[in-house]
Design a protein around this ligand. Structure first.
Ligand SMILES: [Zn+2]
Length: 320
């Protein structure tokens, strides 16, 4: 995936902070230990000297095996003494060395084989976050849903319970969801709440109004803007497409939508779509190819009720 410079710089910055924090903690522990046990500094010097002894022996061409065995034994005894002192001080022996967030690359972002998985993930997360922020949508919580706005509270409660459970158990291979129903009955609220839960669990989440994401994709596709939207929409661990059906009915959007939905289906990545369109209208608008994929594989969650914004306004007017 190609990322822009800002995304890259932000990821590098995070790695640097992680590295500095891990090394800072180890250095602080070392200083505490040396202040309390001056012997620790001696042990460190002995261990460093033993490495030099091996180099010297190799260069001198003597009985290298014997030197190595001897040096290793002394090294082990110094290590053991250091571990004893750390234990006595109530410190975990592992913390004497920097404990990096990523033990594979030591928070450098690179291994001998190239870019480390941790840097890949940071880049995807940063890019997804920037995209989410640019949507102007605010992530919210399921607890803020007010059931008193629904005439049929029981089905809505069941639906929310299902969503709560879905969020709690969200995984990279969770089911895709289709939230459908009239305007203003909480579909966007629920889908953004699920986006928030997944993001808090550490998944890469891309969310936004379908119209906005598709138009961004179009501008990038035709070279009018730079970005990584195409990759993000297919590779995010959760994609939330809000208000599908309000975007322009243009051939480019249809094709792009098909590509995204199909790619995510093939790689079993969950997608949450909210729409005012009924399943029949989805088929009318997007044709069998797209509609059958959505209707055949997404779990349908029907939202019913009257426009909550309208009800809130009425309540306010009545002075409630
Ligand atoms: Zn790493």
């Amino acid at each position: 995936m190609a990322y822009n410079q800002e995304v890259f710089a932000a990821a590098q910055q995070t790695l640097e902070e992680r590295r500095a924090a891990a090394e800072g903690r180890a250095n602080a522990l070392r200083s505490r230990m040396i202040a309390r046990y001056p012997r620790v500094a001696q042990l460190e010097a002995e261990m460093a000297a033993s490495t030099r002894e091996i180099t010297k022996a190799v260069l001198a061409g003597g009985d290298i095996d014997a030197v190595i065995a001897d040096v290793r034994a002394r090294n082990e005894s110094a290590q053991a003494e250091l571990a004893r002192l750390l234990h006595e001080a109530g410190e975990a022996a592992d913390n004497f060395a920097p404990q990096y967030t990523c033990s594979v690359c030591g928070d450098t972002g690179y291994t001998d084989h190239g870019v480390c998985d941790c840097l890949h993930r940071l880049l995807a997360d940063n890019a997804a976050k920037r995209l989410g922020q640019s949507s102007g949508m605010k992530l919210t919580s399921l607890d803020e849903m007010d059931l008193s706005f629904y005439k049929e509270q029981l089905p809505m409660k069941r639906l929310l319970d299902f969503c709560r459970d879905y969020g709690e158990h969200f995984a990279a291979d969770s089911d895709s969801l289709l939230l459908f129903g009239p305007t203003g009955v909480g579909k966007t609220h629920v889908s953004l709440a699920l986006a928030k839960i997944a993001a808090e669990k550490g998944f890469t989440v891309v969310y936004g109004p379908a119209q906005q994401l598709l138009s961004r994709l179009e501008r990038e596709h035709f070279g009018k803007a730079e970005g990584d939207t195409a990759a993000l929409l297919t590779e995010a661990e959760l994609l939330v497409l809000d208000d599908l059906g309000t975007e322009l009915n243009a051939p480019f959007y249809q094709t792009a939508l098909y590509d995204i939905i199909n790619a995510r289906l093939l790689t079993e990545r969950p997608t949450i779509i909210s729409t005012n369109l009924s399943p029949a209208e989805l088929q009318g608008r997007y044709g069998v190819q797209i509609a059958s994929r959505i209707l055949g594989t997404y779990l349908p969650l029907p939202f019913k009720g009257d426009d909550i914004r309208q009800q809130k306004l009425e309540r306010r007017l009545r002075g409630l």
